[in-house]
Write a protein that binds this ligand. Structure first.
Ligand SMILES: Nc1nc2c(c(=O)[nH]1)N[C@H]1C(S)=C(S)[C@@H](COP(=O)(O)O)O[C@H]1N2
Ligand SMILES: [Mo]
Length: 330
């Protein structure tokens, strides 16, 4: 079968840098699952921002709540926030500028407070339609007030049991369920209620809503990997829909250019707001040959990734992931 041609993106995506994970030296005889844990350790969690991380000092940090509010503006310190009722939740973050299948997607357990509990203290005026977040690195973004009032929308101060690491937004970041990274601002210093707002990335053409699309990534094999013929190889990866399409129903793999699809096993999952991890044991044919490996997810709503692709799209992309690999003689 004739191989199809795809546009390969370089390591830089429009909304930031891709930080590929690489296996050291030779690929191991028995490939590891990738991702290998449901929770991404903080040291491995992807990092993305417009410039350098803002380095803030917990003692001097204040966050103001201002704008179209019924009551007086609030100025809060970290202790004011940690004194409020805490919520713990698992959440996956994914970058909107992610070329299909790359690894700007990670999952953590977070602790924080409901944004709505803070907004209720100041009372948004009826004309307030968006909540604007201004950050210490000059990043700014807004979300609809209705999203801000969702029970699952959190201001997080802990990540996997420790205070937010500097690069993930210390002391406070937003976790906005169902939305790409752009709508999860870090290093927040001001929360402002307004009628409308044009955010940093929107000015450059990125989607102002940024709902996460159904997506699947292949972690093993990696691009160009040599797979030993005649043995079992475990193809693995992650799939995520952020709960928009009812969660992931199944993940399938094809090693014959999409003619047939094999159902993978979902071996780790939690809430629909977190990714699922999947694997499929492939009985690799003995003959040496180039091979393309595809993976696609179907959501509980029936939505399926039914077109191959690799390009970045300003609204996030839905086509499925493909890896070029090589079957080699044992
Ligand atoms: N203050 C600030 N917050 C930000 C950004 C930024 O540039 N500045 N980038 C956003 C983008 S594009 C992504 S994908 C996520 C990444 O979060 P992480 O670095 O904790 O993985 O942060 C978001 N929050
Ligand atoms: Mo991003």
């Amino acid at each position: 079968m004739k191989r199809r041609t795809f546009i390969k993106l370089s390591a830089i995506s429009a909304a930031g840098m891709v930080l590929p994970l690489q296996l050291e030296g030779q690929a191991p005889a028995k490939p590891l699952l990738k991702p290998s844990t449901l929770i991404t350790p903080n040291a491995d969690f992807y990092i993305l921002q417009i410039g350098n991380p803002a380095v803030l000092d917990a003692k001097n940090w204040r966050m103001a709540i201002t704008g179209l509010i019924e009551k007086q503006p609030l100025s809060l310190g970290l202790a004011d926030i940690t004194a409020m009722e805490a919520v713990e939740a698992m959440r996956t973050l994914k970058c909107i500028g992610d070329p299909i299948g790359t690894e700007q997607m990670s999952n953590a357990n977070w602790k924080g407070v409901r944004l709505r509990d803070l907004l209720e203290k100041v009372g948004p005026k009826p004309e307030a339609k968006v909540v604007v977040f201004r950050c210490a690195d000059n990043y700014h973004t807004a979300i609809p007030l209705a999203d801000a009032m969702r029970e699952e929308t959190l201001l997080a101060y802990e990540m996997n049991g420790v205070p937010l690491p500097t690069e993930h937004g210390f002391p406070i970041r937003l976790l906005n369920p169902g939305h790409y990274g752009t709508k999860n601002p870090k290093w927040i210093v001001n929360i402002h209620l307004a009628k409308a707002h044009e955010s940093y990335w929107e000015k450059q053409g990125w989607d102002p809503i940024a709902n996460v699309k159904l997506g699947t990534m292949i972690g093993t094999p990696s691009e160009g990997e040599e797979i030993i013929g005649g043995k079992i190889y475990t193809v693995s990866g992650a799939a995520f829909d952020a709960g928009h399409h009812g969660g992931i129903k199944k993940v399938e793999v094809s090693v014959d250019y999409g003619q047939t699809w094999q159902e993978a096993e979902i071996w780790a999952k939690d809430t629909p707001l977190a990714w699922v991890l999947w694997k499929w044991d492939w009985h690799v044919p003995a003959e040496a040959n180039p091979v393309e490996i595809y993976a696609r997810a179907t959501a509980n709503s029936g939505l399926i990734q039914d077109e191959i692709g690799i390009e970045v799209e300003p609204v996030g992309a839905i086509p499925y992931h493909m890896i070029d690999a090589k079957i080699v003689e044992p």
